[in-house]
Design a protein around this ligand. Structure first.
Ligand code: FES
Length: 599
């Protein structure tokens, strides 16, 4: 951190909050509100004279409230810049002014105010970190009801040489040295009821590490770890686990059902040992809750500002879990650390380095090259309805609905999903390289002969088409009459393509794409889902069996599923009679305006 503060190419905006981001890769405008620290950070030498005279005392957040600080303070010893800050909500202000008198350098200024700054950046790394789980929700463990139940973060501070007790472990209730200590794992993790369903990744190793530190402090200390299973999968981690057990740390498989406080302040833990099937009671001097991680509270705000995706757990979703693990779906945005999921320090550093390298790789040329697959507006056809801007997952389209000016596509921000072109009711958007004419010609060609025997399938490039490939290289059998039309995203599949297929004698049509939540264009496949539901309704209205149009989510790894879906499609195709196909063709061709187009 100190290195970052000194680096000539790094500007640290401390006490600052990003309030707005606009623009696109290479040209982001970022609005930052810099909170006032009321101390001139350049002049402050952190001598500490001000804090000595400050009469206001508050719990120290860095020490988890286990020690106190003044209203003028340094947030933590290694803070960069090493300058004091005043919490104005706590400070008595001019009525006191003792710090002003004590400061020789005269660097305290009560009149300072927040500042708004704007900067231009080419790429953005989102490293919003995490929030610790608040275990008060799990009342059965008695956190805050019982003083001798603490969290793993509080233990960290208690056993740290720079902590409130200078590294000496004491029981909060009577400040005695505990002879026995228990750890409860997975507090707020891997639970369907409370906290997150995911594994928080660090808690097992954190407990193992702490057990070793405690054994170093006091080899006779009795340590028990209550766990569901120990996940020690990192390099050297299994060795630490083995070492901890060899030092006498007891691992009890089972999470306690209740915790009671005894008259001497010790904690009675009731647990079903799932290894033996017995209910056990353990009296321990102190209990540590190994708390999990939650996504940072700022996640939603950043997600909305940058148009990013979240996983069902609330962490940021990467563009691709294997191939682009630090990239966001929005070009020029990267993730580092726990913003993307729970991680330990090593993984966070690895990901931070990868994100920095990805950003440098993108920016060092000075020019950003974009894919040619972007949409384009035909101004004279555009009715400025704003639908394209509404459906664009990247906010790449601007249209002034009030002034009725034609839509404008920012091709640097456009990722090429084609949803805008599929949703435009006026044919005013051309999706380069996947134009209406190109796709309709493919439909014509594929159905030119023996249309009634074909299974026409629209497959998105990233998942379903790759799923077909996977089925192929896995030598999986699927009907030979399947005909694929590739689009970049299922969001590109326009209603008119489907109608055109039926009009040309297709017995069945399948639209397939990535699973919901996995679309490579943020949430474009939500529009596919809506569109297919719309076409289903129209089909029913026209008297066409709606099941002849199918929607299936198939991922790149689901070759088996692809083959199975195709076999199901073949079964469905066999139920469609020649008369039914002809009736559909007659119905669709017979109308001048048969509402085949959108709207
Ligand atoms: Fe596959 Fe959007 S990329 S559905």
């Amino acid at each position: 951190m100190a290195d970052a503060g000194r680096h000539p190419n790094i500007t640290l905006h401390t006490m600052s909050e990003v309030n707005g981001v606009s623009g696109y890769v290479g040209n982001f405008n970022v609005k930052i509100v810099k909170r006032s620290r009321y101390v001139d950070e350049k002049a402050c030498t952190s001598c500490g004279e001000c804090a000595k005279v400050c009469p206001v005392v508050f719990p120290d957040e860095f020490n988890m409230g286990l020690s106190s600080r003044k209203a003028i303070y340094i947030p933590f010893p290694q803070a960069v810049p090493s300058a004091y800050v005043i919490n104005m909500n706590e400070c008595m202000g001019r009525g006191c002014s003792k710090c002003l008198d004590a400061c020789d350098k005269k660097c305290i200024h009560f009149h300072m105010s927040d500042e708004e700054i704007q900067i231009k950046v080419g790429s953005i790394v989102v490293a919003t970190g995490l929030d610790p789980y608040d275990p008060r929700e799990m009342d059965e463990y008695g956190y805050t009801r019982f003083e001798n139940v603490i969290t793993s973060l509080e233990l960290e501070r208690l056993i740290n040489a720079g902590g409130p007790t200078k590294g000496e472990l004491i029981r909060p209730k009577d400040r005695k040295h505990p002879q026995s200590i228990g750890f409860i794992q997975c507090v707020g993790s891997r639970s369907k009821r409370k906290g997150g369903q995911y594994c928080s990744n660090i808690c097992c190793m954190n407990t193992i590490k702490n057990s070793l530190v405690l054994k170093e402090h006091d080899p006779d200390m009795e340590i028990m770890v209550f766990y569901t299973d120990i996940r020690a999968f990192g390099k050297g981690f299994e060795d630490l686990y083995t070492r901890s057990r060899s030092l006498g740390v007891q691992y009890v498989r089972g999470l306690p059902g209740s915790v009671e406080e005894m008259s001497d302040g010790s904690m009675r833990v009731a647990v079903e040992n799932t290894a033996t099937g017995r209910i056990e009671f353990h009296d321990l001097d102190m209990l540590v809750l190994s708390i999990g991680m939650k996504p940072s509270s700022s996640t939603r705000k950043i997600q909305e500002m940058l148009g990013l995706q979240l996983t069902s757990d609330g962490f940021f979703l990467e563009a691709h879990p294997k191939l682009q693990p630090v990239d966001a779906a929005t070009r020029g945005v990267f993730y580092a650390g726990c913003a993307e999921g729970p991680k330990d320090i090593k993984e966070s550093v690895t990901q931070g380095s990868a994100a920095a390298a990805r950003a440098i790789r993108l920016m060092h040329k000075g020019l950003v090259t974009t894919e040619p697959i972007t949409s384009m507006v035909i101004a004279e056809h555009c009715k400025s309805c704003g639908k394209c801007a509404e459906v664009c997952p990247y906010n790449a389209i601007t249209v002034d609905v009030k002034k009725k000016t034609p839509a404008v596509v920012n091709s640097a921000a456009c990722a090429g999903c084609g949803t805008c072109a599929a949703e435009c009711a006026f044919g005013a958007i051309v999706m380069n390289h996947f134009t209406d004419d190109q796709i309709l010609s493919q439909v014509d060609t594929l159905l030119a002969q023996k249309a009634g025997e074909k299974i026409l399938t629209f497959a998105c490039n990233w998942c379903s088409y790759a799923g077909a490939d996977f089925a192929g290289i896995s030598r999986l059998q699927y009907p030979a009459n399947v005909r694929l039309i590739r689009t970049m995203c299922s969001g590109r599949v326009d209603e008119k393509f489907i109608w055109h297929a039926f009009e040309n004698g297709a017995p069945v049509v399948l639209v397939s794409g990535c699973h919901i939540g996995d679309c490579h264009y943020i949430d474009a496949n939500h529009w596919t889902e809506k569109r297919i539901a719309r076409v289903h309704k129209k089909m029913e209205k026209k008297g066409i069996r709606s099941e002849r149009l199918q929607l299936a989510w198939i991922s790149a790894a689901e070759g088996v599923r692809f083959a199975r879906v195709m076999n199901e499609m073949e079964e469905l195709r066999r139920t469609v009679t020649r008369d039914e196909i002809e009736e559909t063709v007659r119905l669709l061709k017979g109308k001048e305006d048969h509402e085949n187009t959108d709207g």
